[in-house]
Design a protein around this ligand. Structure first.
Ligand code: HEM
Length: 406
C-alpha cells in the first residue's frame, strides 16, 4: 500500500476525513504534511499533549501582521487592528497572560450566568422555528443554527436587540479568521470589520459604565481580582473572541447533529421516544463529527514521539476529530450511538485552553435538537450531497436543508 498522505485542503478529505485518520493512527501517528506542519492523531497522545505546558500557542496575530507589508498602503489598509485584538484572545495566549486573562473572564462567565440563558435559548429556538413552520422546510445552518449562536452571545453580552443584525454581520465577517486558508484581501476586509466591531463595542462599554445592567459587559467592567482588572482593550478583545469562538462551533454542533440523527433513523427514533437521552446524544454528536477538528500548538523545545523528532517552533495540529474516533478509546468508533458509555471525547479540547463556552454550547445544542425532534418527528434531509465547509479547522455542512413535515 502507498504511504498515507494527508492533504488538509483536499475536498475529498473534507467530505470524509475518517478513512485517512484511521490510516494515520495506525501507520503514522505523528505525520508531517506536504506543507511541513505535523499532525498527531491518536487519542492517548492528544489527550496528554493538550495538558503539556512545554507546548505553546501558534502565533497567528504575528503571521497576520507580517502580511500587512504586502498590502498596498491606503488601498486595502493595514491589518494591525485585527492582529492586535487577536493577540489577547485566550486561545492565542500562553501563560502568564493566559492565566491572568482567563482568571478574570471566568469570574463573569459563571455557570449560573450561562444557566440563566436557558429560557432565552428556548424562546429563540421557538421563534426561529415559527418563522419557517408554514413553509414546511428549514435550512438548518442559516435559519436556525447561525442566528441562534450569534443572538445568544449578543444577549449574554447585553447587546441591544436593534444592534443584533450588525453584530451578526460582523461576526460572520470575522468567523473564518482562525482558518489558514485566507487571502490577503480577506484579511484586509476582516480588519475593516474588526474596526467597526470595536468602534461599536467601545460605545457600548461607555454606555454600560454609565448605566450598568445585568449582563456580561457590565460584569466584565466590574470584575477585579486582587487589584487587577481587565483593560478596555482586553474587554473589547474578549467580546470579539466570544463571537469567533462561539459561532461556527455551535453552528456545526447543531447542523452535524441534525445530519447524524437524520442519517441514523434508529437513533433519531430512540431520542424521540426518550427525550432524556438528549444529553448523551449531544456528547455523541460532538465525538462523532467534532465541530473543531484540529487545534494548533507549537513545541517550545524539540520533542520526540513514536520515533519522530519535531523541532522546537514547528506547527503541530492535534487532530481532535481523529482522537474522537480512536478505537483504543471508543469501542466501535465509527458507530453513532447516542447511549455510548464513558464518552470522554476531546471536542472541547483539554488543559488550560478547555472551551470556555462549553456549557452554553451544550444548552443550545440540546434545546435546538430536542425541539426539532419533538415538533417535527418525521423530519427528513432534502436528498442531495452535502457540501462541507472548505475549512481545515472546522467541520460542518455549508447548508443543510430539511423537510419538516414530509
Ligand atoms: C459546540 C460548540 C463548541 C466547541 C466544539 C468548542 C470547541 C473549543 C475548542 C476545541 C477550544 C480549544 C482550542 C485550543 O485548545 O486551542 C475552545 C476554546 C474556547 N472556546 Fe469553545 N467551543 C464551542 C463553543 C463555544 C462557545 C459557545 C463559546 C463562547 C460563547 C466558546 C468560547 C471559547 C473560548 C473563549 C475558548 C478559549 C479558551 C482558552 O483558550 O482558555 N466556545 N472551544
Amino acid at each position: 500500500m502507498n504511504p498515507v498522505k494527508l492533504n488538509l485542503f483536499d475536498p475529498a478529505f473534507h467530505a470524509d476525513p475518517y478513512p485517512v485518520y484511521t490510516r494515520l493512527r495506525e501507520e503514522e501517528p505523528v505525520h508531517r504534511t506536504v506543507m511541513g506542519a505535523w499532525v498527531i492523531t491518536r487519542y492517548a497522545d492528544v489527550k496528554v499533549l493538550l495538558r503539556d505546558n512545554t507546548f505553546g500557542v501558534f502565533d497567528i496575530p504575528t503571521r497576520i501582521e507580517r502580511k500587512s507589508q504586502f498590502l498596498e498602503r491606503n488601498k486595502t489598509g493595514e491589518l494591525r487592528t485585527l492582529a492586535q485584538a487577536m493577540r489577547r484572545w485566550l486561545m492565542l495566549c500562553d501563560p502568564p497572560d493566559h492565566t491572568r486573562l482567563r482568571g478574570l473572564v471566568n469570574r463573569s462567565f459563571t455557570p449560573s450566568a450561562v444557566e440563566a440563558l436557558r429560557p432565552r435559548v428556548q424562546e429563540m429556538v421557538d421563534q426561529l422555528i415559527a418563522r419557517v413552520r408554514d413553509t414546511g422546510k428549514m435550512e438548518i445552518v442559516g435559519e436556525l443554527a447561525c442566528p441562534l449562536a450569534v443572538t445568544m452571545i449578543a444577549s449574554m453580552l447585553g447587546v441591544p436587540e436593534e444592534a443584533h443584525a450588525s453584530v451578526t454581520r460582523w461576526a460572520d465577517g470575522l468567523s473564518r479568521v482562525l482558518d489558514p486558508l485566507r487571502s490577503l484581501e480577506q484579511y484586509a476586509e476582516m480588519n475593516r470589520v474588526a474596526q467597526e466591531f470595536l468602534e461599536y463595542f467601545r460605545q457600548l462599554f461607555a454606555e454600560r459604565r454609565r448605566n450598568p445592567q445585568n449582563d456580561l459587559i457590565s460584569s466584565l467592567i466590574a470584575v477585579t481580582d486582587q487589584g487587577d482588572k481587565l483593560t478596555e482593550d482586553e474587554m473589547l478583545s474578549v467580546c470579539m473572541l466570544l463571537f469567533i469562538a462561539g459561532e461556527k462551533t455551535t453552528v456545526n454542533l447543531i447542523s452535524n447533529g441534525v445530519l447524524a440523527l437524520l442519517r441514523h433513523r434508529d437513533e433519531f427514533e430512540r431520542l424521540k421516544q426518550d427525550p432524556a437521552l438528549i444529553r448523551g446524544a449531544i456528547d455523541e454528536i460532538l465525538r462523532y463529527d467534532s465541530p473543531v477538528q484540529l487545534n494548533t500548538r507549537v513545541p517550545k523545545k524539540d520533542f520526540t514521539l513514536h520515533g519522530k523528532t519535531i523541532p522546537a517552533g514547528d506547527l503541530i495540529y492535534f487532530s481532535l476529530g481523529s482522537a474522537n474516533r480512536d478505537p483504543s478509546q471508543f469501542p466501535d468508533p465509527d458507530k453513532f450511538d447516542i447511549t455510548r458509555k464513558e464518552n470522554r471525547h476531546l471536542a472541547f479540547s483539554g488543559g488550560i485552553h478547555y472551551c470556555l463556552g462549553a456549557a452554553l454550547a451544550l444548552i443550545e445544542g440540546q434545546l435546538a435538537i430536542s425541539t426539532l425532534a419533538r415538533e417535527f418527528p418525521k423530519m427528513e434531509l432534502v436528498p442531495g450531497t452535502i457540501d462541507w465547509q472548505k475549512e481545515i479547522i472546522f467541520r460542518g455542512p455549508q447548508t443543510l436543508p430539511v423537510l419538516l413535515n414530509p
